[in-house]
Ligand binder design. Sequence first.
Ligand SMILES: C[S@@+](CC[C@H](N)C(=O)[O-])C[C@H]1O[C@@H](n2cnc3c(N)ncnc32)[C@H](O)[C@@H]1O
Ligand code: FES
Length: 451
Amino acid sequence: MEPFRFHLFVCTQQKPEGIPSCPASGSLAVLQTLDGEIQARGLNRDVQLTTCGCMGLCDEGPVMVVYPTGTWYRRVQPSDVSEILGALLRDGRPVERLIWSDAAAMKAMAVEHGEKFRAALAAREKAGTLPDHMDQMIRGYMPSRCLLTALELDVFTAVGDGANAKQIGTKIHANARAVGMLLNALVALRLLSKSGDVYSNTPESARFFVQGSPDNQRDGLLHIANIWHRWSTLTDAVRRGRRVPIDPDHTPEGTHDFIAAMQRNAKDRAPHVVKALGTTGVRRILDLGGGSGAYSIAFAQACPELQCDILDLPEVVPLTAEYVNRAGVSAQVSLRSGDMLRDDFGCGYDIIMLNAICHMFSEEQNQDIFRRAYRALAPNGRLVVQDFILNPDKSGPQHAALFSLNMLVATDSGASYSEVEYTLWMKAAGFAEVSRINLPGPSGLIVGRVK
Ligand SMILES: C[S@@+](CC[C@H](N)C(=O)[O-])C[C@H]1O[C@@H](n2cnc3c(N)ncnc32)[C@H](O)[C@@H]1O
Ligand code: FES
């Protein structure tokens, strides 16, 4: 029994540039239009839309197959979507002009494609060719570096409503020829479009990268550009076993970008943390290294009786104050400037939060923080660690394992840690119950409770 009346498959098989494929001929736009039309017609309980891999008709793309009729469509365009859905709902008969009437020729093409594909794989294997996924990993820095440079130079803002390379070069004080090369690469990466010699932002670039857009993320993303310089020292850092100082190591602009980056991640995660921990019986929270204050702000907004104290470094607290004031919760959120490795935490807290903190410090420093947090908690209080938590053998998840290297190049003794380690440290500090809560996304919570 089919769970849906109709099942539509659209090929989205990515292939190397220059090789015919459905995405290269526009299948992603077809997919998006289909999804929109299905929602608009209220058909999401009747029609299941699924992406699929190559069906062997790559020269005839975009290819789409409809079940239960078993209709294979080729060269589908977004403008055909309405007609295809209309015919399907009416009597299930195919849109004749989009099907290949010679079924034998179509099958021959698909079979021949499969044979050629297997022969090409065998030839590459025999020749010792580097697999595509490894090749892409090796060159992955090129698109990344291109976008980071564009963000550093604020290219997307300079593009504005459309401009040529010379105008953009003048605005960003850069060489016109080189700017032209960068702009063309950004077009190739689909981050800009080009008509004649005029470059324009795509809707996504205009939304996320242009100053003045409400969703502009440039400041937070510049932190990744800053980290890029540190990652360039990875080889030396691995040889030496410690980070390699870069010049300048810390700047006020870097701190501003860093806190903007923290806010970018934390504002999405904070509602999940509030939901996971709840506010019942919680009156006082200590937010160690609160950064932009996103977690304290979310707790304060969830419960008007709740008071939060944020402890952060002196150079960060004025930035925290801006976020807290903007959120309108300064009456509930107090800011304390200090050093969590040395300063007294106070006492009587219901929750002490360590959001994205433990990875900055060594095992010994974390154990010391846990011991002092235990003493600062009220009976039944909770210590909450939110971080990228490694598997017991530390070889995954990928994000946590890579982040550990981020800490190698950026901190004196930080690393990602495993649930086993956090649990051991919490128990050693006196916490009676220790549990893990998974969150959507790459980070999780480890919660220790005082009995
Ligand atoms: C990775 S950020 C996390 C910020 C915030 N908790 C979040 O998740 O968005 C680390 C924060 O800890 C602060 N920090 C680092 N070392 C500290 C120290 N010794 N004492 C107090 N705060 C510190 C940083 O300034 C920064 O705000
Ligand atoms: S890539 Fe779509 S059929 Fe081959």
